[in-house]
Design a protein around this ligand. Structure first.
Ligand code: SF4
Ligand code: SF4
Length: 382
C-alpha cells in the first residue's frame, strides 16, 4: 500500500515557494507543456502526488528532471498555482533525497548550513596557504610575468585538485546510483535486459552535451521541432564554459597554470578566454533575469540560486584578476588574489557539484537515460 506523508506539503515548502491547494486539477498545465507526453505526463500528476503526500511515487518519478522550466504552464494556470515552480522545487527535493549523506537537505533548507559550509571551506583553503605557501618572490620571469608557480607550485595544487575531484566524483556518482535505484529498480515487475543500458547510452552523452530536451521547450508555441532560444544559447554557453574550466583545472593544470606568457592566440589562452566570456555573459544574464523577475522561471529565487551565482561570479572575477596581475608583473596582488580565488572556487565546487545547483547538470541527462531504458524495457515486454 502507498505510504502517505500528511505533512509533505509543509516539508516541500522548505525547498521553494508553493500553494498547492489552489490547484483544481483542470489539466491545462499538462496540455500546454511541450515536454509532457503519454510516457511522462506532467506537471499535473506531480501536483496530485505532492498534494496527497505520496513520497515514494515522487521519489521514483523521473518527471521533474524532464521539465526545463520554460514557465508555459505557470503562465496559463487559471489558479496561479505555479506548476513550473513546483517542478523546480521537486528537483531540489529530489536532489536532497538522492543524497545519502544528508548534506544536500541541510544545504537546501538551512541558511546557517549553506553559509557555514562556504565559510568553513574557504577558511580551510586560507589556513593551508598561511602555513604551506611557497616564497613570495618579487622577481619576474623573462616575459615580465609573476612567478606564480614559486608561490603555489602547480604539482602540489594538482594533488589537491585530484583529491577534490575524487571526493566530488564519489559523492556525485553515489548519489546518481541512488537515483538509479529509485527510478529504475523501484518497479520490480519490469525486467531490464542488460543490452538496453548500452543501446540507450547515447541519450546520456547527447543530452549532457547539448541539452536537447531544453530546446524542445517552446515547440508547442512555435510549432518547430527544436527552438534554440536566447535562454538556451546562453545556458549552453555558460555550461560549456564551466565544464571547460573544470577540465582545465582538474586535468590540465600543469598546462593551464604556467609562468609562461603565451601569445593571445595560443590554445591555452583561447580556451581560457572562451570560458571566461561564457561565464561572464551567463552570470550577468542570469543575475539580470533574477532581479527583473520578468519571466516565469526567474520569478522565484531560492537562496541557493543566489549563492551559486555569487560564488560563480566571484570565482570568475578573481580568476580574471589573477590573470591580469600575473601577466602585468604584479607579484603581491597576484598571490593574494590567487588565494582568494581558491577560497571561492573550492566551496563552489565542493557544495554545488555533488549537493546543490550544479548537480542538476548531471541528474538531468542521467534521468533521461534511465527513463529511456525503462520505456524501452516496457515496450520490449509487451
Ligand atoms: S496547476 Fe493550474 S493548470 Fe495545472 S491542473 Fe492545477 S489548476 Fe489546472
Ligand atoms: S515549466 Fe515548461 S517544461 Fe516544465 S512542466 Fe511547465 S510547461 Fe512543462
Amino acid at each position: 500500500m502507498a505510504k502517505i506523508n500528511p505533512d509533505f506539503a509543509k516539508e516541500l515548502k522548505e525547498y521553494g515557494a508553493l500553494d498547492l491547494n489552489a490547484c483544481y486539477n483542470c489539466g491545462t498545465c499538462t496540455a500546454v507543456c511541450s515536454l509532457s507526453d503519454e510516457d511522462n505526463s506532467f506537471p499535473r500528476k506531480m501536483i496530485r502526488l505532492s498534494v496527497l503526500g505520496l513520497e515514494d511515487e515522487l521519489q521514483s518519478s523521473v518527471d521533474p528532471w524532464l521539465c526545463y522550466y520554460c514557465g508555459e504552464c505557470s503562465e496559463t494556470c487559471p489558479q496561479q498555482t505555479d506548476p513550473g515552480e513546483l517542478m523546480m522545487t521537486l528537483r531540489r527535493y529530489l536532489t536532497a533525497k538522492y543524497d545519502w549523506t544528508g548534506l544536500a537537505s541541510k544545504l537546501y533548507t538551512s541558511k546557517i548550513w549553506e553559509f557555514g559550509a562556504i565559510i568553513f571551506l574557504a577558511a580551510f583553503i586560507l589556513v593551508l596557504f598561511i602555513f604551506f605557501h611557497g616564497p613570495m618572490t618579487t622577481e619576474l620571469t623573462d616575459d615580465g610575468g609573476v612567478k606564480l608557480n614559486t608561490f603555489a607550485p602547480w604539482k602540489i595544487v594538482e594533488i589537491g585538485d585530484w583529491i577534490m575531484a575524487g571526493l566530488l566524483s564519489f559523492f556525485l556518482l553515489s548519489n546518481i546510483f541512488n537515483m538509479y535505484l529509485k527510478i529504475v529498480r523501484n518497479d520490480k515487475s519490469i525486467k531490464i535486459p542488460l543490452k538496453l543500458y548500452f543501446t540507450e547510452f547515447w541519450a546520456l552523452i547527447v543530452h549532457f552535451a547539448t541539452q536537447l530536451q531544453f530546446s524542445k521547450c517552446d515547440t508547442e508555441l512555435t510549432g518547430k521541432k527544436y527552438t534554440f532560444s536566447t535562454y538556451w544559447i546562453i545556458h549552453w554557453f555558460l555550461m560549456t564554459s564551466y565544464v571547460i574550466m573544470l577540465i582545465m583545472i582538474m586535468v590540465f593544470l600543469g598546462w593551464f597554470q604556467t609562468d609562461n606568457i603565451y601569445e593571445w592566440w595560443h590554445p591555452q589562452r583561447l580556451l581560457g578566454y572562451y570560458a571566461t566570456i561564457g561565464l561572464t555573459i551567463g552570470i550577468v544574464y542570469f543575475f539580470i533575469e533574477r532581479i527583473r523577475k520578468k519571466s516565469e522561471k526567474s520569478k522565484h529565487s531560492h537562496v541557493t540560486d543566489w549563492t551559486f551565482l555569487v560564488l560563480l561570479f566571484l570565482t570568475t572575477i578573481t580568476g580574471i584578476l589573477v590573470h591580469i596581475f600575473r601577466i602585468y608583473g604584479m607579484p603581491y596582488p597576484t598571490y593574494y588574489m590567487y588565494v582568494f580565488h581558491l577560497m571561492v572556487l573550492f566551496p563552489m565546487l565542493m557544495i554545488e557539484v555533488p549537493f546543490s545547483k550544479w548537480s542538476h547538470l548531471a541528474y538531468r541527462p542521467f534521468a533521461i537515460y534511465f527513463n529511456n531504458v525503462v520505456i524501452a524495457a516496457r515496450k520490449q515486454s509487451k
